[in-house]
Design a protein around this ligand. Structure first.
Ligand SMILES: [Cu+2]
Length: 408
């Protein structure tokens, strides 16, 4: 009996020695410092609304430094430790405090770049969240000294794989919403849909999607915000217009105005969303005058563009951008000036003395219904014949009267 106990003890000792041998870097007495980013900019448009890493493994005595890696949003780090959230403001814990996981621990509001550090003294799994954006959550797993945890390289690699996956999904969503979508009313007018940001509980894309739309006079654009932050779409806000006043938001900007817009003065959807606060989530503007309009979300600092063609005009779009050129529909083809199309596609083009059109050095050969023609010295080419020659994909939308080329 005693001998068996001794063997078990020996086995335990050996196991412990073995462990400290294999994970030498993690089981020394030296306390380590670990980083958690609270929010994270992935690129110009896309920010993570999450804790990175979502789960971090550390040892008792180690320090975690939480850093707000956003550019705009403030964040808070709160550990409730199983306690109910106080109804009022949660008392602030000084940065650098030691914490045993039993009491409420709460950072002050951290602006971008701000940090909050905690020394974890007792083992356990401790959940935390952002008290401003409660969907941002994470866990700190504190392991007794000498017990193995994944090392920093392993934890960073795991996190990187996770972020890559999120970015892949996000890019797919952006591509989906970049394709113009519209509905048609009984009178034939179209209402185009634009997302004012894309977001889910983890990632937010600060952009209008699509970023640019080519529409006809009489058409409407509807901006929708299904995210968790307030947005708006403003056109032509006079310089120096205050966004915030003593009484809060400037109503001239925050309330809808000029829903039927003739291009004069300011038009705004007013604040749209978030639904969370009972706000309407979309706003519309009908454009009656041809022109190019910049649309701003002044709250978040991103912009989009609406290009308005005359009523009934056929439109040319290359890679999502409006190409404002004369268009002629003839023999079932959309003819456009060679120069305008060539510049939009970034190709070399020429017309020789025999009126033969060449593109990137290749002769443009087209059937008689699509043959180039000349009017007032301008060469017109069928947009589909050029796209075919270059191997680009193209489509014709009869309802929207839009010819779209997407370069390969
Ligand atoms: Cu937050």
């Amino acid at each position: 009996m005693r001998r068996r106990l001794r063997l078990i003890l020996l086995a335990l000792v050996l196991a412990t020695v073995g462990v400290s041998g294999a994970y030498a870097a993690d089981s020394t007495d030296t306390a380590e410092t670990w980083d958690v980013s609270v929010g994270l900019m992935m690129n110009h448009d896309t920010e993570m609304f999450s804790m990175q890493p979502g789960t971090i493994y550390i040892h008792e005595g180690d320090t975690v430094v939480f850093t707000n890696k956003d550019v705009l949003a403030p964040h808070i780090v709160t550990f409730l430790a199983g306690n109910p959230r106080p109804e009022d403001e949660i008392p602030v814990t000084p940065s650098g405090s030691k914490w045993d996981g039993t009491t409420i621990l709460n950072s002050e509001e951290m602006n971008p770049g701000g940090t909050f550090s905690v020394i974890f003294t007792k083992s356990g799994a401790f959940s935390f969240y952002c008290d401003i954006h409660p969907s941002m959550t994470g866990v700190v797993v504190v392991v007794p000294k000498g017990q193995p945890i994944p090392n920093k390289v392993e934890q960073a690699a795991h996190e990187k794989a996770y972020l890559n996956e999120i970015m892949k999904l996000t890019e797919e969503r952006i591509a989906y919403y970049t394709t113009p979508q519209y509905t048609k009313d009984a009178k034939g007018a179209l209402t185009y849909k634009v997302n004012a940001s894309l977001s889910n509980s983890q990632v937010m894309v600060n952009a209008f999607l699509p970023g640019e739309l080519y529409i006809n006079a009489g058409d409407t654009v509807e901006w929708t915000n299904l995210g968790g932050e307030a947005h708006l779409a403003v056109i032509n806000m006079p310089k120096g217009t205050p966004f915030f006043t003593e009484n809060g938001l400037n109503e001239a900007v925050a309330k809808p105005s000029n829903p039927i817009y003739d291009g004069k003065g300011m038009a705004t959807t007013g604040i749209i969303g978030p639904e969370l606060y009972g706000l309407k989530t979309s706003g519309s503007i009908t454009f009656t005058a041809p022109g190019t309009y910049t649309v701003d979300d002044n709250l978040w600092g991103f912009s989009g563009k609406i290009v308005v063609a005359p009523k009934g005009a056929t439109k040319l779009v290359v890679n999502g951008k409006a190409v404002v050129v004369d268009t002629v529909v003839k023999n079932g083809h959309v003819f456009v000036p060679l120069r305008g199309l060539g510049n939009a596609l970034g190709i070399k083009f020429a017309v020789d003395g025999k009126k033969q059109v060449t593109i990137n050095g290749k002769k443009l050969v087209a059937g008689s219904d699509a043959a180039p023609y000349f009017k007032n010295g301008t060469a017109y080419v069928a947009a589909d014949s050029v796209a075919q020659l270059l191997g680009h994909s193209y489509s014709w939308d009869q309802t929207a009267k839009t010819f779209t080329i997407t370069t390969k």
